[in-house]
Design a protein around this ligand. Structure first.
Ligand SMILES: Nc1ncnc2c1ncn2[C@@H]1O[C@H](COP(=O)(O)OP(=O)(O)OP(=O)(O)O)[C@@H](O)[C@H]1O
Ligand SMILES: N[C@@H](CCO)C(=O)O
Length: 326
């Protein structure tokens, strides 16, 4: 995350007094991430994460996110647990923002995922999809699926070529193709939609937790797989690592076999996922708020990934095993 909204110790102490978490011992802003403001809190009873929701989070969606984290935890998924205040309410207001305290998960994220990490991630993603299947109390449309990309393009188009020559036309072309051919009718359910390595914790080499559910929504399950192929299976030099892709896809498929229609759609879904992150990164890159403690992500990383997906000829190029093809 990042810190966009400053909180004073007095404000925080008054907020904490409404919870059964004891007195505040220490707190500090967390620089990682780009979306919301996050603080690590130490209180008399332990460590917690305080999140203040920023621009991309619609307050109306917060009951979905909070309900989902509670549901997944009940289904055995290791994820942060919203902490309820003395009145039994999880969501509060602090420094003028919607605010949530959640449990702190142990573990660290990996910077350079190995094939074994990718396999663990694939299995955890499938487990998440299965655990989300009976989360029916709330639903949330994916605001950052294909219908949401053109508005992002419109925000960035005029200045896109300042980031890379020719970028505006490339995105416009890609958008037209994806809008016309985006798959319909594939299996859908609750997806995480942002399960990057920085949102997955490992302890002693074992996957120990998933965080950051603030893009979770109801969408195509295979789109979540495509997001993870983008986020986990490329090397720093921009090349796709088929061994990592194979590990991720095989471990996912062992828990939740992909259908032939989902496999056939993978190249297009991966293109869409690359465009989604290219667009949000581009908009953020062009609009860093003055004074914010944030490091914007490089949009061009996703331009390179998009180019790879455009060159793919078959789902086999991602490492789908023969046995997984119909
Ligand atoms: N429940 C938690 N337990 C432990 N650490 C956490 C927890 N939630 C967040 N963090 C820490 O805060 C950092 C930022 O959190 P998070 O990834 O949710 O932020 P974000 O702004 O939504 O980021 P992103 O750019 O991934 O969308 C994480 O990298 C992690 O170090
Ligand atoms: N995971 C995203 C940031 C949060 O949406 C990215 O790397 O662009």
């Amino acid at each position: 995350m990042a810190v966009y909204t400053d909180v004073t110790p007095e404000e925080l102490e008054a907020f904490l007094a409404t919870y059964e978490l004891g007195r505040l011992r220490a707190f500090k802003g967390i620089a990682e991430g780009v979306e919301n403001s996050n603080y690590l809190l130490q209180t008399e009873v332990g460590s917690f994460i305080l999140t203040l929701y920023e621009k991309r989070v619609n307050p109306a969606d917060l009951p979905f996110f909070i309900g989902l984290m509670e549901h997944l935890a009940r289904r055995g998924i290791d994820c942060p647990q919203p902490v309820r205040n003395r009145e039994g309410v999880a969501l509060g207001t602090l420094a003028g923002r919607p605010a949530l305290i959640a449990t702190f998960l142990l573990g660290t994220s990996v910077r350079r995922p190995t094939a074994a990490n990718c396999a663990a991630l694939g299995a955890a993603l499938a487990a998440l999809h299965k655990a989300g299947a009976d989360f029916t109390g709330y639903s949330r449309v994916n605001a950052l699926s294909v219908a949401g990309w053109r508005p992002l393009y419109d925000q960035a188009a005029a200045r896109a070529d300042t980031v890379a020559p020719g970028l505006q036309v490339l995105i416009a072309d890609e958008l037209s193709v994806l809008e016309e051919h985006w798959p319909k009718g594939l299996p859908a359910g609750v997806i995480h939609a942002d399960l990057f390595p920085d949102n997955v914790f490992f302890t002693d080499g074992r996957l120990s937790g998933l965080i950051d559910f603030y893009f979770a929504c109801n969408d195509l399950l295979a789109y979540d797989v495509a997001i993870c192929l983008n986020a986990w299976c490329f090397e720093p030099d921009g090349s796709y690592n088929q061994t990592k892709g194979r590990a991720l896809l095989a471990a996912y498929g062992a828990e939740r076999p992909l259908g032939a229609d989902e496999i056939a759609a993978l190249p297009l879904l991966a293109r869409g996922a690359a465009l989604r992150f290219l667009l949000t990164r581009l908009v953020d890159w062009l609009n860093v708020p003055p004074g914010a403690l944030v490091r914007p992500h490089d949009p061009l990383e996703y331009l390179r990934k998009l180019r790879f997906h455009r060159s793919v000829e078959s789902p086999r190029d991602y490492g789908i095993a023969e046995g997984q093809m119909a």
